[in-house]
Design a protein around this ligand. Sequence first.
Ligand SMILES: Nc1ncnc2c1ncn2[C@@H]1O[C@H](COP(=O)(O)OP(=O)(O)OP(=O)(O)O)[C@@H](O)[C@H]1O
Ligand SMILES: [Mg+2]
Length: 130
Amino acid sequence: MTIWLSGDLGAGKTTLTRGLLRGLNFFGRVKSPTYTLLEIYPFSSFNLYHFDLYRFADPIEWEESGFRELFNAQSVCLVEWPEKAEGMLPQPDLLIQLDLAGDGRLARLSGNTEEGRRCAQNVMESYLSG
Ligand SMILES: Nc1ncnc2c1ncn2[C@@H]1O[C@H](COP(=O)(O)OP(=O)(O)OP(=O)(O)O)[C@@H](O)[C@H]1O
Ligand SMILES: [Mg+2]
């Protein structure tokens, strides 16, 4: 599963990822991968990879990083700043666009694959049921 997190600096991409990890019962530290580019969270049946590509200067860095092989059937990949590896990144199942909305944030979810659409649907249903 690949999820792109789009939105300006401070839009809440890392915070959303932290929330998702809390939802998966991970209560350890969730650091922004701004400097490390990648933070890894192993779960029993999959690995969650949290990328922040903001510091990519050139899409060629994507090839050299070896990150491509981490996008596989055993992983959930969350990618901040996917625009920085435009054309290189695997297409997302789910796209989340975040924008400031007063003190909070507005999230727009779009599913690109069957799995992504199902995921967006589940999020909407649990949101609406409070
Ligand atoms: N849903 C939210 N409601 C209120 N405040 C939020 C929300 N999401 C994030 N914030 C606040 O916005 C600030 C920036 O959040 P965050 O670091 O998650 O942004 P980001 O999109 O990951 O930024 P960057 O592009 O720099 O990585 C933090 O202080 C965070 O607490
Ligand atoms: Mg961030």
